[in-house]
Design a binder for this molecule. Structure first.
Ligand code: PEP
Ligand code: MN
Length: 349
């Protein structure tokens, strides 16, 4: 870390910081400039945090060089994390991007869910997604169909062989949810619900962690760190757009650049969700392609058998015929991209 002292810092202020660092095993180098004194400190930040040093009198700024997430960082693991499921499906590394599709909410009509699941299967998707507990902005909106929805997901999974994903909102539901689904989702609104992150961190199910509406990339990776710190290393990140100033045409702003940035700094797989990212049906295909081009390990898309009557997110859900067309093109696109990327890395190696 680098500690910049105030212009007005006294010799005593500087010495106190140096003593604190040395007592905690840091190697220090003190550079006295004409205006500011700058201290280089090398050591283990678990013994003394940057925040504690910042609190000392005369300290202007503490700059941390190493990223604060450790387990999620490329520094701790050079190779990409690959998550493998019991049926052989893999996410991450050089594996082909996966597809997770399904309605925003699982609704009372099982046949509707099954139609989506069969279409997903037909189009080569690996996962069926669907919310059972919905984090709605308004208490008057549909809050989810609860355990019954999870039973439907499981039934559809048994009929199609698809793996299932559903959002957990409350740690109390965790054990029950683990009976039904293959992947737990932490929604954008819960990305900093640390107790919930810790709870899924203690479970043995892979977790899809969605980026928060206002999460920086660093905060996002620190949220993943909370899960990993509890022992669960199977975290799949999901870029689903962030809130910005212009919502006239899109619900959120899809931060496409976050995907290669995260790939550079973390070994965790990352998927892209253009449905929530844009909120617009017509933008799903181009933004899914954009995500794949920059290296996403998978896509998540909302599909509904009757979007006009969906209980949530109908506007951004693809009806089944349109889904099939879009997915056919995405499959082709992803196939050629995968081929090209493999040729490229073969040439580099
Ligand atoms: C969802 O996947 O249906 C959902 C609510 O997503 P997000 O948390 O990204 O808004
Ligand atoms: Mn949704």
């Amino acid at each position: 870390m680098i500690i910049i002292m105030e212009r007005t810092a006294t010799k005593v202020n500087i010495q106190r910081v140096l003593d604190l660092l040395k007592e905690n095993g840091f190697k220090v180098r003190c550079n006295e400039g004409e205006v500011h004194t700058v201290i280089d400190a090398l050591g283990d930040k678990t013994s003394i945090t940057p925040g504690r040093i910042a609190a000392f009198e005369g300290v202007k700024e503490v700059k941390v060089i190493r990223e604060p997430y450790r387990l999620a960082s490329r520094d701790s693991q050079k190779e990409d994390t690959v998550i493998e499921f019991s049926n052989g499906v893999k996410i991450g590394g050089n594996n082909k991007p996966v597809s997770m599709v399904g309605p925003c909410s699982v609704e009372e009509d099982y046949e509707g869910l099954l139609k989506v699941a069969l279409a997903a299967k037909e189009m080569g998707c690996q996962f069926l997604r669907g919310g059972a507990f919905k984090p709605r902005t308004s208490p008057y909106d549909f809050q989810g169909f609860g355990e019954k929805a999870l039973q439907y997901l499981k039934r559809a999974s048994e009929e199609t062989g698809l793996l299932t994903v559903s959002e957990v909102m409350d740690a109390c539901d965790l054990d029950m949810m683990c009976e039904y689904v293959d992947v737990l989702q932490i929604g954008a609104r819960n990305v900093q619900n640390f107790k919930l992150l810790q709870a899924v961190g203690r479970s043995n199910k892979p977790v899809i962690l969605k980026r928060g509406l206002a999460s920086t990339i660093r905060e996002f990776l620190l949220a993943a760190e909370h899960i990993m710190y509890q022992g669960n290393r199977n975290v799949i990140l999901c870029e689903r757009g962030i809130r910005s100033f212009d919502s006239a045409f899109t619900r959120n702003v899809m931060d496409i650049a976050s995907i290669p940035v995260i790939k550079k700094y973390s070994h965790l797989p990352i998927i892209v969700d253009p449905s929530h990212g844009t909120g617009q049906r017509y933008l799903i295909e181009p933004l899914a392609k954009a995500g794949l081009v920059v290296g996403a390990d998978g896509i998540m898309i909302e599909v509904h058998h009757d979007p006009e009557n969906a209980l949530s997110d109908g506007k951004q859900s693809l009806p089944i015929p349109m889904f099939k067309e879009v997915m056919a093109r995405l499959n082709k696109f992803s196939e050629s991209l995968h081929y090209e990327q493999n040729c490229l890395s073969a040439n580099v190696n």
